[in-house]
Design a protein around this ligand. Sequence first.
Ligand code: MN3
Length: 230
Amino acid sequence: MHRRGFLQQASLGAAALLAGKLAAQEVGYTLPKLPYAYDALEPHIDAETMKIHHGLHHKAYIDNLNKALAGNDLAKLPIDQLMRDIDKVPASIKQTVINNGGGHANHTLFWEIMGPKGGGQPTGALAKAIDEAFGSFDKFQTAVGTAGLGRFGSGWSWLVVGKDKKLHVLSTANQDSPLMAEQTPLLGLDVWEHAYYLKYRNRRGDYIKAWWNVVNWPAIAERHAKALRG
Ligand code: MN3
């Protein structure tokens, strides 16, 4: 009787310990599931590039971010909030968090603002705001393309809502996130070679031209409305 009670207690204890271990492993950031199949953006973005980009590159940013923030309460923040609060990150790990937290935030947005039924032009309030800020949709597209082509080395071209609540196009180096400068990214174009090299080789301009065919404007319009509310 007593022995049985003890064994039950012991196995409960072991279960609790195991649950604790599992919970500890789950703390931190996880790779978001791609909202479509790896081959869904063909022929503009090839399946092999998507597979490596999401499953290896994005995954590596997350693993490195979790390693850098192990045991730190900052790891409980949603990734966008972590990047907005980058000045709270201890100096010894700040650049690692900029690189890998930025990589996580940027790629999470990137997957969401692309889609298999993409392309075309925005409508409604976003279309109006783009016309007001850039003169026309064509001029806006040119600005994003020029920022992406002009980024020497690795980085991103962005459409953001600035502190002034207006739209701006800009580029950032490496995995720097506009969130660190109190800007809210709506559209992000990854111009790292890993985003296009398998299919487009060194032809970044061809990749950018093709990329507009997979842009998910409804998702970007939603981000725009949310940024203006927030
Ligand atoms: Mn990338």
